[in-house]
Design a protein around this ligand. Structure first.
Ligand SMILES: [Zn+2]
Length: 115
């Protein structure tokens, strides 16, 4: 753990390093509880501040629980020797006039950032 001093945002007291923070969140209707996180805690009012490593861990875990609300099923077809995936109308409308995309793989997922 590093030695950065953090003063409590709520009351201004200098916080103390701890390794037993419990983080709870509701993602997609499911409650997630992550225990034994590191960070600091205010000895006066009990406010807790997650450390950078813990924030990464929380982000990583909550991401796994997040699912898109609507999933469109499409067949990958072949056109001119290339595999082609059509953009569903609903998504195309939402994209508006954007026509550039950065595409990458996350496991079996094709992720496209359109701009
Ligand atoms: Zn405080």
């Amino acid at each position: 753990m590093n030695e950065i001093e953090i003063n409590c945002i709520q009351c201004g007291t200098k916080t103390r390093e701890v390794d037993n923070i419990t983080f709870t969140a509701t993602v997609e209707g499911r409650e997630i509880v992550i225990t034994r996180l590191t960070g600091t805690r205010c000895p006066t009012c009990g406010e807790e501040y997650l450390g950078a490593d813990s924030l990464d861990k929380v982000e990583e875990i909550t991401k796994k629980f997040r699912k898109p609300k609507v999933v469109f099923k499409r067949k990958i077809t072949t056109s001119g020797g290339r595999r082609v995936l059509g953009i569903p109308d609903e998504i195309d409308r939402a994209l508006g006039k954007k026509e550039n995309a950065d595409i990458w793989l996350e496991g079996d997922k094709i992720v496209a950032e359109v701009y």
